[in-house]
Design a protein around this ligand. Structure first.
Ligand SMILES: C[S@@+](CC[C@H](N)C(=O)[O-])C[C@H]1O[C@@H](n2cnc3c(N)ncnc32)[C@H](O)[C@@H]1O
Length: 257
């Protein structure tokens, strides 16, 4: 009888475990089109199963936002040998997905120690991926063929944003690409929602570091000016199409000649 009850609990737990990747995959589609698959979601959920439930939730929440970013990366970042640097790599989910589908060497730099620890733990079996502790506002970026700045520049005042972009321009190899994804100020309703959500997160100190009190989301014109004043040229620019309430914008940049 006890054996039967135990089997039932085990069966239910396994079924719940199998449903989570599927639910995450369906949710990810709200954030836009992209190459993330059910299988990717399963692998990520498996690799973070040793984390506490709250840390797993943090990883899952990031995972579901990545479809449009992965799509842009697949479209613009060649798979030819070279180094990809992910500045402000967070829980390492994006780097994880890139490292598992590409042979390039990938390096994530993250300032928050709890986030870095999670990234290192969930990617410990991946050979071409490393994470280092660092403050991207104060390091010289290593020479790279690709630099990713994903949802991180908005955490800095404009002077620091420019310094980081200059440093990226210096480190890009010829024909190298900087992919910058952040939020912008249009459409207005998404801007107001995303600003409010981020203000709450900053108030709660979710990055475990001193930050601005509100995110520095710039208008498309201001992003454009900032990029082109930082020794970079814009090869392509587009708003992220998604049902989610975040006003994402992506810039594909190269060193100006
Ligand atoms: C919104 S998260 C984005 C994480 C990651 N890029 C992604 O797409 O999943 C922003 C990340 O930037 C990190 N960050 C903030 N300031 C930083 C700094 N000065 N140096 C390095 N990382 C920083 C935060 O700790 C956080 O993990």
């Amino acid at each position: 009888m006890q054996n039967q009850a135990y089997k039932q609990i085990l069966f239910r737990t396994n079924r719940r475990k199998q449903m989570i990747p599927h639910i995450l995959y369906q949710l990810s589609r709200i954030f836009g089109d992209g190459p993330l698959t059910n299988q990717d979601c399963r692998q990520i959920t498996d690799s973070c199963s040793s984390l506490s439930f709250s840390d797993q939730m943090r990883v899952w929440t990031r995972l579901i936002c990545l479809q449009p970013i992965l799509k842009a990366i697949n479209q613009y970042i060649p798979t030819t040998p070279g180094r990809i640097i992910d500045l402000g790599s967070g829980y390492g989910v994006l780097s994880w997905l890139l490292a598992s589908s590409r042979k390039q060497e990938i390096l994530g730099i993250e300032v928050s120690l709890p986030r870095l620890a999670i990234a290192q733990q969930i990617t410990k079996d991946i050979q071409n991926l490393t994470f280092e502790h660092g403050d991207i506002a104060n390091i010289a970026v290593e020479p790279s063929s690709t630099i990713l700045l994903i949802d991180v520049l908005c955490l800095f005042p404009i002077g620091t944003q420019q310094r980081i972009l200059f440093s990226c321009a210096d480190s890009l190899t010829n024909n190298g690409i900087l992919l910058l994804k952040d939020n912008t100020t249009i459409p207005k309703w998404k801007f107001h929602y995303a600003s409010l959500e981020e203000r709450v997160k900053l108030f709660l100190g979710i990055y475990s570091i001193p930050t601005l009190e509100q995110p520095n989301y710039l208008s498309p014109d201001t992003w454009r000016n900032l990029i082109t004043r930082s020794n970079l040229k814009i090869r392509d620019e587009f708003l992220v199409k998604s049902l989610a309430p975040y006003p994402g914008i992506i810039y594909i940049c190269q060193k100006s000649s």
